[in-house]
Design a protein around this ligand. Structure first.
Ligand code: NAP
Ligand code: ZN
Ligand code: ZN
Length: 351
């Protein structure tokens, strides 16, 4: 027996969000049923729901920054109990057998991870034939893809950690952000602002490269040591060859060579935002200081748990604007206009 759940969905790429009823699968032995309390709005939700990346399946229920409490557990689940505070991020399953899965890098599953929404799956996995995400009152997820949220961090500010948090934590750890390292974050939106907090907590010297100085005070409050507006071209001369690590959270086309030149010897620029146009990187910019251009995609489940624990220990949550479900359309417009401080989170009690 599947169970009917209230959700907010888009019926097509240009449609407005409307309240719908969707079905969740029957609770299997390895599953957890979660009462969703909060769902963050990631810019990827917008790219997907508006079919900007192609391949969108409708009705589209986005949402991969999910926080709530356990409502029921399957017969084989011993890790979670009813009432536990939990989160779900961008993935809800993977093959569990390939090399990346065995290394808890499920996001790189060679068979393709099952994403929390918009992945085509059999009807018994998600009635309707494609996964549907967190803009809903409940979700059923295999326990291996559920993360525990420690006491001491409010669920509303924890929700965005499940995508934005891990997406920044993973490359910061991978490329060794810490004491003595100079880290720059391009774009201080949903991803960027959590990146600033995490990088500062890891002990790195943190610089924000924003397109204006309008959020400078906030940046300093989040732990940034330096803050520059990239609209001032003088900045690119001033900061030349100065960073060990640059993390780009912007999906707009940026003059990539100008940013690559800000890397010092052996520095790496990591791409998180996904611009449409290919990069044209000058070989001499790479070779001149043995620089690297790399990419990163969310993080594995084990590391997501590590990140949530790290954030709880360091008092790190997202800066959020809590909205009701009937405000999702206007929130989307404001995210697209870079008018968000710094993550919209849906109070799913309003669905
Ligand atoms: P967001 O909240 O909209 O933040 C993006 C920031 O980029 C803005 O706040 C703004 O920062 C800057 N920006 C926007 N338009 C710009 C422009 N035209 N020129 C220069 N800077 C601009 O979005 P988000 O949720 O953080 O997501 C950022 C991107 O990462 C999205 O494309 C999303 O799909 C992608 N993403 C990737 C992964 C991954 O695993 N790789 C995971 C999640 C999201 P300033 O005002 O400070 O300049
Ligand atoms: Zn996301
Ligand atoms: Zn796999």
């Amino acid at each position: 027996m599947s169970n009917a759940v209230a959700a907010y969905a888009m019926a097509g790429p240009d449609a407005a969000f409307e309240k719908v009823t969707i079905e969740r699968r029957e609770l299997g032995p390895d599953d957890v049923l979660i009462d969703i309390e909060y769902a963050g709005i990631c810019h990827s939700d917008i790219h997907t729901a508006r079919n900007e990346w192609g391949g969108a399946a409708y009705p589209c229920v986005p949402g991969h920054e999910i926080a709530g409490t356990v409502a029921a557990v399957g017969s084989a689940v011993d890790r979670y109990r009813v009432g536990d505070r939990v989160g779900v991020g961008c993935m809800v399953d993977s093959c569990g057998k390939c090399e990346p899965c065995l290394q808890s890098e499920e996001q790189f599953c060679t068979r393709g991870a099952v994403m929390t929404y918009n992945t085509r799956v059999p009807e018994e996995v998600q009635p309707g034939g494609h996964t549907m995400g967190g803009y809903a009152t409940q979700i059923v997820v295999t326990a291996d893809f559920v993360v525990a949220i420690p006491e001491g961090i409010d669920l509303s500010v924890a929700a965005p950690l499940l995508c934005a948090g891990i997406t920044l934590y993973s490359p910061l750890r991978q490329w060794g952000a810490g004491p003595g390292k100079k880290v720059a974050i391009i774009g201080m939106g949903g991803l960027g602002h959590i990146g600033v907090k995490i990088a500062a907590a890891l002990g790195a010297e943190v610089t924000v490269l924003s397109h204006s100085l309008s959020k400078q005070e906030d940046g300093k409050r989040f732990g940034a040591h330096h803050y520059y507006a990239t609209s001032n071209k003088q900045v690119f001369r001033e900061l030349r060859s100065s960073f060990d690590l640059i993390i780009n959270t912007v999906s707009a086309d940026l003059p990539i060579n100008d940013y690559m030149k800000l890397l010092r010897l052996d520095g790496t620029l990591v791409v998180l935002g996904l611009p449409e146009a290919p990069f044209e990187v000058q070989a001499r910019v790479l070779a001149g200081r043995r620089r690297s251009l790399a990419g990163s995609m969310i993080g594995g489940i084990q590391q997501t748990q590590e990140m949530v624990n790290f954030c709880a220990e360091h008092g790190i949550g997202a800066e959020i604007e809590l909205i009701s479900a009937d405000e999702i359309d206007s929130a989307y417009e404001r995210v697209v206009d870079s008018d968000v401080r710094y993550r919209f989170v849906i109070d799913t009690a309003t669905i």
